[in-house]
Design a protein around this ligand. Sequence first.
Ligand SMILES: NC(=O)c1ccc[n+]([C@@H]2O[C@H](COP(=O)([O-])OP(=O)(O)OC[C@H]3O[C@@H](n4cnc5c(N)ncnc54)[C@H](OP(=O)(O)O)[C@@H]3O)[C@@H](O)[C@H]2O)c1
Length: 285
Amino acid sequence: MGKRKVLVTGSGGQLGGAICAEFSDEELIPLTHAELELVDHGNLLKVVTAHNPSIIINCAGYNRVDEAENNVEVALAVNAFGVRSLARAATDVGAIFVHYSTDFVFDGVATVPYTEQDEASPRNVYGTSKLIGEWFASDIMGAYILRVESLFGGTPARSSIDQITDAIVNGREPNVFMDRVVSPSFVYDVARATRSLIDAKAPAGLYHCVNTGHTTWLHLAEEITRQLQATTSLRPISVASLSLPAVRPVFCALSNAKLAAAGFKMPSWQDALTRHLASRRQALR
Ligand SMILES: NC(=O)c1ccc[n+]([C@@H]2O[C@H](COP(=O)([O-])OP(=O)(O)OC[C@H]3O[C@@H](n4cnc5c(N)ncnc54)[C@H](OP(=O)(O)O)[C@@H]3O)[C@@H](O)[C@H]2O)c1
C-alpha cells in the first residue's frame, strides 16, 4: 500500500501531536492553528483542496470550557461550524474524516458508563458546541466521531493529570474531585485506536474512545501517588464546592465496548498512567 496523505488540523495541540506521531510513516500534512484557521471557511476549502488528502483528522477545538460560557459565538464558530466546513471539505476531496468530541455532551447524572446510544444532554456551552459539531460531522458519509475524555500524555505536559502529578511530586497537596467520575484517555492510545479503525475499515459513526475503566479524580490521584511512591497528601473536594462558570457533569464514565467490538480494545487507564508516568520520569526527578 502506498503512503496515504493524512491532513491533521490542530497539530500543535496535545492530541494533534500524538496523531502526527502515529501517522508519521504516512505522507503527513500537520497544520497548526497558525497554518489553518477553522473558522475561515473559504481558505479552509482552498487549503484542503490544494493538499487533496485521503484522510482528514480534526484535532482542533476551542476547549476553554469556562471561557466558552461568555464566548458562545467563538465556541460555536470553531466547534460546530468549523467542523461543518472541514466535513464538507472532506466530502469534496473524498477523504475519510475523523473528528473528536467529549464526555461533556452528557448531563452527568448517570450511574453506569454512558454508551453511544445514550441521549446527549449537555449542561454547558462547550458541550453544546461539541454536540452540534458531532451532528455536522455525522451529516457526511463515512465520518468517525470519537468521544474522548480527560486527555493526557501530550507535549508539553499540561493536562489535569499532569498538573496533579506535578503537585504531588513537588509536595503541594492538590485539590482533587472526590465525586467527579471519568474515564481518562491517553493520547497515544486514542491515536492507535484512530488508526486501527481506519485501517480496519470499521463502520463509520460514533465511538467512545477512552481507556478502559473509570475512576474518581481522587482515586486517580491516589494511583499517581502510589505509582510514584510519593507521600504527598491529597485534598478531596466536591464538584459542588467550586463555583466554576461552566457546570461540570459529575458522572461521565464512558463505555468503550463498541470500540472493542470493532476490534480495538483500549488498555486500562491504570496501564496508560504507568506508561505516561514512565515517559515523564526524567522530567519528574
Ligand atoms: N483536553 C481534554 O481533556 C479533552 C476532553 C474531551 C474532548 N477533547 C477534544 O479532543 C480534541 C483535542 O483536544 P486537545 O486537548 O488536544 O486540545 P488542545 O491541546 O487545546 O489543542 C487544540 C488545538 O486546536 C487549535 N485551535 C483552536 N482554535 C482553532 C481554530 N479556530 N482553528 C484551528 N485550530 C484551532 C489550538 O491552537 P491554539 O492553542 O493556538 O489556539 C490547539 O493547537 C478537541 O476536539 C477537544 O474538544 C479534549
